[in-house]
Design a protein around this ligand. Structure first.
Ligand code: GLN
Length: 498
C-alpha cells in the first residue's frame, strides 16, 4: 500500500522508490488521493498537472526498470509556489494580471527539480505577486491553515506551507522577500529555509523586489531542506546575482551537534510590544533546550532592529513599482483594449492588479519621485547598510542568531485584511534578514494558544551569508531535541486516511 508512505520525508521517499519498495506512480497516486480528500477545505493548490505528473512518475519507474541511476528526488511529488515559471504549466502569481499565461520555457528551479527526478505536481496558492503575510491578497479563494481552518496559513508562500503541513507533498518551493517562507512555515508547523541572497537563482521566479527575493524549500524535515538546497543552489548563467560558490555537503551538516555553537540572543526584541506571551514562552523554551544541549547563549545587540520594517517597506515597494511597470497590458499582462493607449494602460493595470499590489505600486512610486527620493529611498538605503552592519558585528560574537519568526502564532482569516499596517508590522522578525542578505531557517518549536485554539510556532535561526551549513547543523540538532513535535499532526489529517 502506497498510502503508508504519505507523510514521510522526501529523502525517505526517494530511497523507497530507488529500493523498489514503492513505485513512483503509486506514490504519486497516494499523494493525489490526499490532495483530493483535503484540498476542498485547505485550498492550497492553484493548479494540478495530473497528466504531466503521471508522465514524470512513469518515466522514473521506467528508468528504474532499465537499471538507470536515479536522481536524489526520483519519484518524489513536489509542489511549486505559483511564482515559479514552469514550462507548459499556468503561472499566474495569483494575479489577474497574468491570467492565462502558460510559459513556453522552463525556469531554473523547475528544471533543477526535474533533473533530480522530482515529480512536479502543480502550483501552490500565494498572495498576489508575493505581497502579503496571510494569503488573502489576490483574486483567489483564501488558503486555510490545516491546523485550524479558521486561521490563515501565513504568507505569501501559504499554499506551499499548507500543502506540506497537510502531507499533500513532502516538499514544496516558496519564495521569501521579507519572510514569506519562514512565517508560513511557522504558522503551519513545517520547516522552511530562506537561503543567502545569491545562493539560489532568481531566473524563472517572477520578480517582486529583486534585491531581496530568494527561492527556498519547505518540508517536514530539516534534512529535506538541506537536500533541496543542494539541488537548487549554484551559479546560473541566467542570473548574474547568483554566485558561483561551492555548495557544501549540507546533509552531512545535519548530523552535527548544537554543543559548542554560540547562539546569539537579541534580548531587547523580546520586550517588543505585540509579542504574544505564548510565542515568547515557546522561544524561551527553545533557548533553554539549546543551552541544555550544550550551546552557549550569548547576548547580542542589533541597534537598528526597530527600523527594519520601515526600511523594508520603502525598498520593497520601490522595487515592486519598478518591476511591475512591465505589466502594461501591451507588452505583458492582462489587457483592457481602448483606442487611447494611455487609457488602455490605466484600465489594464486598474483591473489586472489587486488592492495590495496597487497600494505598493503607489507607495513605491512615491518614494522614488524626484522630490521624495532622498528623504525615503536614499535614506532607506543607508539604513539598510546599518542593519547589515549590525548583523556583521553580532556575528563576531556568535555563530548564529535565534529569534521568534513572527510575534504571533497565527490569526484568523479576515482578521487583519483591513489593517495593512498591522500586517506589515508583524514582519518585524523576518525582514532584517532579507535586507542583510542572510540565510535563515524556520523550524517547528512548539505550540501556543490563540484564544482557545492552539497553533504551531516556529523558531528562527539566522546565520552569516553563505553559512547555511550552520543552520542545518543547529536546526537538525534542534529537531532531534523535540521528537514529540513530529508526532503531532493537524487534526484534519484524520479525515484524509492518515
Ligand atoms: N510579508 C512581507 C510582505 O508583504 C513579505 C513578503 C515576501 O516575503 N514575499 O512584503
Amino acid at each position: 500500500m502506497a498510502a503508508e508512505f504519505v507523510g514521510m520525508g522526501a529523502a525517505r521517499l526517494a530511497a523507497a522508490v530507488a529500493e523498489g519498495e514503492v513505485t513512483a506512480a503509486a506514490l504519486l497516486e497516494a499523494h493525489l488521493d490526499r490532495i483530493s480528500a483535503l484540498d476542498g477545505e485547505v485550498r492550497a493548490w492553484r493548479h494540478l498537472d495530473l497528466e504531466g505528473a503521471r508522465a514524470q512518475a512513469a518515466a522514473v519507474d521506467a528508468a528504474r526498470a532499465r537499471g538507470e541511476r536515479l536522481g536524489p528526488l526520483a519519484g518524489v511529488p513536489v509542489g511549486l509556489k505559483d511564482i515559479f515559471v514552469v514550462e507548459g504549466m499556468p503561472t499566474q502569481c495569483s494575479s489577474r494580471m497574468l491570467e492565462g499565461w502558460v510559459p513556453g520555457y522552463q525556469g531554473t528551479h523547475a528544471q533543477r527539480m526535474r533533473e533530480a527526478g522530482a515529480v512536479l505536481v502543480g502550483k501552490l496558492a500565494m498572495d498576489e505577486f508575493a505581497m502579503g503575510s496571510s494569503n488573502e491578497n489576490g483574486p483567489d479563494p483564501s488558503v486555510h491553515n490545516p491546523w485550524d481552518l479558521d486561521f490563515v496559513p501565513g504568507g505569501s508562500s501559504g499554499g506551499s506551507a499548507a500543502a506540506v503541513a497537510a502531507r499533500m507533498v513532502p516538499l514544496s518551493l516558496g519564495s521569501d522577500t521579507g519572510g514569506s517562507i519562514r512565517q508560513p512555515a511557522s504558522f503551519c508547523g513545517v520547516a522552511g529555509l530562506k537561503p543567502s541572497y545569491g545562493r539560489v537563482s532568481r531566473a524563472g521566479m517572477i520578480a517582486f523586489a529583486s534585491s531581496l527575493d530568494q527561492a527556498g524549500p519547505m518540508a517536514l524535515e530539516v534534512e529535506d531542506l538541506a537536500l533541496a538546497l543542494e539541488l537548487l543552489a549554484g551559479a546560473d548563467p541566467k542570473d548574474a546575482s547568483c554566485v558561483d560558490l561551492p555548495v557544501p555537503d549540507l546533509r552531512a551538516a545535519c548530523r552535527g551537534e548544537l554543543a559548542g555553537m554560540r547562539v546569539g540572543l537579541h534580548r531587547a526584541a523580546l520586550g517588543l510590544e505585540g509579542l504574544d506571551a505564548g510565542v515568547r514562552a515557546c522561544f524561551e523554551d527553545a533557548i533553554a533546550r539549546m543551552r541544555e544541549a550544550g550551546a552557549e547563549i550569548v547576548d547580542i545587540e542589533l541597534p537598528h532592529f526597530d527600523a527594519a520594517v520601515a526600511c523594508y517597506y520603502v525598498l520593497c515597494t520601490a522595487e515592486a513599482a519598478s518591476n511591475l511597470a512591465r505589466y502594461d497590458g501591451l507588452r505583458f499582462g492582462h489587457r483592457v483594449p481602448d483606442a487611447d493607449l494611455e487609457v488602455q494602460y490605466a484600465k489594464s493595470r486598474a483591473s489586472g492588479f489587486g488592492d495590495e499590489v496597487k497600494r505598493r505600486i503607489m507607495l513605491g512610486t512615491f518614494v522614488l519621485r524626484a522630490d521624495s527620493y532622498e528623504a525615503y529611498y536614499g535614506r532607506a538605503m543607508k539604513v539598510r547598510r546599518k542593519i547589515a552592519e549590525d548583523y556583521t558585528a553580532a556575528f563576531a560574537r556568535c555563530d548564529l542568531i535565534a529569534s521568534p519568526v513572527s510575534p504571533v502564532a497565527g490569526f484568523r482569516l479576515g482578521e487583519r485584511v483591513d489593517d495593512p499596517l498591522a500586517m506589515y508590522l508583524s514582519d518585524v522578525f523576518t525582514v532584517g534578514v532579507n535586507l542583510a542578505g542572510l540565510p535563515a531557517l524556520s523550524v517547528p518549536s512548539g505550540f501556543a494558544k490563540v484564544g482557545e485554539r492552539e497553533l504551531p510556532v516556529g523558531l528562527q535561526l539566522i546565520a552569516p551569508a553563505f553559512e547555511e551549513a550552520r543552520l542545518f547543523r543547529a536546526g537538525a540538532a534542534f529537531e532531534r531535541l523535540t521528537p514529540a513535535l513530529r508526532e503531532r499532526v493537524p487534526p484534519l489529517l484524520a479525515k484524509g486516511g492518515a
